[in-house]
Design a protein. Structure first.
Length: 306
């Protein structure tokens, strides 16, 4: 028996992270006009090109803390030290236990700027939301993550996700939308980057009933095709995606099966032809048509020889 409740814990495996900034050689922060992907970059860039500025994404689960967790967070050398909703924070004690404390809106000192050598330093506790998503066109069970920082950015992303969730009937799972980065000039004159979310070209269609992601195509068995061993064991039943042309593959499978059943294949060739039957599902229509033509010609010659 598995651990009770284990299957109910949605812990998503992380494939990589999207970032909108980097450090220069001298250690200064630099805003980017594209996503910098750490981990799993090749798969994304194969679809969206190098240095993508926008990608189409979807949430693998309905909206919840597993995929979107906007909180005040304070990190230390050992990781997350405190997490709160603005009113109540939950801080990790020295013994690992959690204790409640006032959060930012109740005057937590960690959420206030500090002075160091006469210069104002940013608060140690900041509003951060981690968005976990899958990228359309990129296979894999894991998710990518991006950190959304600042109250205005959190409000912008959260408002969009809530509105899209409502438009989707209360379930946001699998509804596509665009995640993009935009660069502008900040108040200090230096470039700054911000994360934006917006409808994708196919969002409206999905909201109107088109299939959601991931779009795993159904399969369909080749008609009239079931090859058995001498002991009655099933050798193969190839499957191909719905929407693909099946005519040549179905005809080849049926003809091979009939030839084997009717004893038209000499004993020394039976195994080879059974292997061909088993491989029909992996053939293209053109390849199947060519093999069918050759099979018919070979059977015709065999009949004349007999």
């Amino acid at each position: 028996m598995p651990i009770v409740g284990l299957s109910e814990r949605n812990r998503l495996a992380r494939t990589g992270q999207f970032k909108i900034g980097e450090r220069t050689e001298r250690g200064f922060p630099r805003a980017l006009d594209h996503f910098r992907i750490v981990g799993g970059a090749e798969a994304v860039e194969a679809v969206y090109g190098p240095k993508p500025k926008a990608v189409t994404v979807y949430l693998p689960l309905d909206l919840g803390p597993e995929v979107w967790d906007p909180y005040y967070k304070r990190y230390g050398a050992s990781g997350l030290q405190c997490k709160g909703d603005g009113l109540v924070g939950r801080e990790v004690g020295p013994d690992g236990s959690l204790k409640e404390r006032d959060c930012a809106q109740r005057g937590c000192p960690f959420a206030q700027p500090t002075l160091k050598n006469g210069k104002e330093q940013p608060p140690l506790c900041k509003p951060v939301g981690i968005l976990a998503f899958q990228v359309v066109g990129v296979p894999g069970a894991g998710v990518y993550q991006i950190a959304v920082k600042g109250l205005s950015a959190l409000a912008r992303v959260d408002s969009y996700l809530r509105a899209l969730e409502a438009a989707a009937g209360g379930s946001l799972k699998g509804v596509p939308f665009v995640l993009k980065v935009e660069q502008a000039k900040g108040k200090d004159g230096f470039p700054t980057s911000r994360i934006l979310v917006a409808d994708a070209p196919e969002t409206a269609a999905v909201l109107q009933g088109a299939p959601r992601y991931p779009r795993t195509a159904p399969v369909e068995r080749v008609r009239g095709y079931a090859v058995l061993s001498e002991r009655g064991e099933l050798i193969a039943t190839p499957e191909v995606r719905v929407g693909e042309d099946l005519q040549a593959r179905a005809a080849l499978a049926e003809r091979l099966h009939a030839a084997l059943e009717e004893g038209l294949i000499p004993a020394e060739h039976v195994q080879r032809y059974r292997e061909m039957v088993a491989a029909v599902g992996n053939m293209s229509e053109a390849e199947a048509a060519e093999k069918l033509e050759r099979l018919e010609a070979w059977l015709q010659n065999q009949g004349k020889a007999a």
